[in-house]
Write a protein that binds this ligand. Sequence first.
Ligand code: GDP
Length: 369
Amino acid sequence: NWNTKKCAGCGVALQVENAARPGFVPEAAREREPIICQRCFRIKHYNDASSVAIDQDDFLRLLGGIGSTNSLVVHIVDLFDFEGSMISGLQRFVGNNPVLLVVNKIDLLPKVTNWNRLRNWVQKQAKAGGLRVVDVVLCSARRNIGFDRVVEAIGQLRGDRDVYVVGATNVGKSTLVNRLIADYSDLRRELTVSRYPGTTLDAISIPLDDGRSIIDMPGIVYKSRLSEIVPRETLHALLPDKPLKPLTYQFYEKQTLFFGGLARFDFTAGERQSFTAYLSSGIPVHRTKQERADELYDNHRGEMLAPPSREELADMPPLVRHNLRIPPGGPKDVFVSGLGWIKANGSTGAVVDVYAPKGVKVLLRDCIL
Ligand code: GDP
């Protein structure tokens, strides 16, 4: 008799008659102990499915649906991969709904960071990318920094509307939604946080106490991010989990840096100047002369130049060259999506060649720090 049983998650009386009513126990949950209701089941298992990516068209269809709702859209981006994790064309999909930009993983930046300057930078980049945002909040879901501000901003901006949470994979969306649930609903239960891309399948609706919902959209997979195309073992090395330790190199022209076997940076022409690499400490950097670089890569990729291993490299796209001209003036960042960035500190201009796996986004931007 279901009616005498209570959900182990939230305490609601259980039933199996009506899926639209509270306490419904889905088929899959009936044989398990402890027994939990559909709502708790969804929350608990919502990112259990392993490594199935939703295809781009399905994702865009889901996104397009937001335009006809009256809601607040929370767009989570990864500060470490800002240009790589911004959803392109988001403005078109959300219609007139306000967008709150939540910039996660700020714990990765050095302690001395000027946060006001960074917020301005984010605002400027978003605008240049065609996205109107009502507010920008910087936070670290994992280290619990700035999270109060996120909850506060969502509370203020949503009024009595639903909240759609959108983001690319691996930006920390699950970690953040997890915290939102703990904050908003009676279910104080940790969800599984996955390190691997593409683990949330469908949009999951998490009921809020006022009858509205947080709708957690699946993470979109962008193949233009290095983190999406490396093998699993390499992903651990690629995603930083400690504050970035900037590595500064004094360079004459015709010098080269290798980032494991994943990417290569050549200072091809320009006056002597310094470059600072911001990337995960899991990726070893090798310095060499440009004239030796081809040979070094041919002979040592997958071994001295690793990760990835030789076998893993065989499954990755070949490196392609991006020729970038850094104009004289201020410092600029050479950004490689998923890997990090290299700040060109000089003011006299430079010509650089960046080699990255085919399809990975490489660009020049105003410097973030
Ligand atoms: P999702 O794919 O967007 O749902 O992202 P997850 O919540 O699964 O997180 C992806 C990866 O980023 C995991 O390895 C998390 O530990 C990590 N992560 C999440 N939030 C933060 C954060 O604030 N700082 C750092 N450094 N890592 C984070």
